[in-house]
Ligand binder design. Structure first.
Ligand code: SAM
Length: 259
């Protein structure tokens, strides 16, 4: 169990209990990250990674041949570490918040928002701003990839269904009117977070498939491919919401979009 008992925001969580875990992660890509990067991105184009932590994803992209790389995180200590590890100074790291970015309109040809970074934004307006900001900094014709926590998949796990039923009762009993899609993180840096049993903040936001689809569209993106980890494991994303709704939905949600 974590010994930090009073973490109240996601930013504080990443600055404390989750810090070492993400700051010093080995530079390699997970299979699903590799799939999206290799299938949908072009190594020669100007590319930005959101929520880079210690720079794992962006540095791995450099290793496989991406040339023009940028990355940001709102925890300045992560950016310090990422910069220090980047001996050849060939990736441009900066401290920035996905909700309100300092980059120029249309500055990037490709955007990568993996590891569910938008699900870590604790309020609805902030999450919407993050999609709008991504749209603003993407060049016309460019590609943006988002991964999001997937509520529809989570509710299919029997153990998790029990936990959700428990949370619903607890929230009702405590007169808390919080959507069940806001959930405490069960583990911090791989260790059980006992505060999750008490429904303590901070909360992550778990999207429903249709909801995520509508929000991304309402930020003006054109969705060209979508799916969950199931589709990634098959190497075949869907191109329409209607066909994906009929298909297995397991793991995270992924959207490949253009402007
Ligand atoms: C799950 S970690 C992933 C880190 C890194 N991308 C990796 O995969 O190794 C999520 C990261 O997103 C950052 N983050 C969360 N919300 C953010 C926001 N609104 N703006 C910028 N960074 C954010 C956190 O500080 C953390 O470094």
């Amino acid at each position: 169990m974590t010994d930090t008992m009073k973490i109240s925001s996601i930013k504080e969580l990443y600055s404390t209990d989750e810090f070492n875990f993400w700051a010093y992660k080995e530079y390699s890509l997970l299979p699903e990250e590799k799939f999206f990067i290799e299938t949908f991105l072009d190594k020669s184009l100007k590319t930005l990674e959101a929520g880079t932590g210690g720079g794992r994803i962006v540095s791995s992209m450099h290793k496989i041949g991406f040339k023009d790389l940028y990355a940001f995180d709102y925890v300045s200590d992560f950016i310090e570490i990422a910069k220090n590890k980047n001996n050849f100074n060939n990736i441009c790291f900066s401290v920035d918040n996905a909700i309100s970015l300092n980059y120029k309109d249309g500055e990037f040809e490709q955007l990568l928002y993996l590891q569910q970074v938008i699900s870590l934004i604790e309020d609805e307006a902030g999450r919407y701003n993050a999609f709008q900001e991504a749209y603003r900094i993407l060049k016309k014709g460019g590609t943006a990839i988002f991964s999001l926590l997937n509520f529809d998949s989570r509710v299919t796990s029997p153990l998790y269904t029990l936990y959700l039923a428990y949370l619903r009762i607890l929230r009702k009993f405590c007169n808390v009117n919080r959507s069940i899609q806001y959930l405490p993180q069960l583990k911090y840096a791989g260790e059980i977070n006992l505060e999750s049993l008490l429904d303590k903040p901070p909360y992550l936001y778990w999207y429903r498939l249709e909801e995520a689809y509508q929000i991304i569209q309402s930020a003006n993106f054109k969705i060209v491919a979508l799916g969950s980890d199931f589709q990634v494991s098959q190497g075949r994303m869907h191109t329409s919401l209607e066909t994906l709704k009929q298909a297995p939905n397991q793991g995270m949600l992924y959207f490949v979009c253009t402007k």
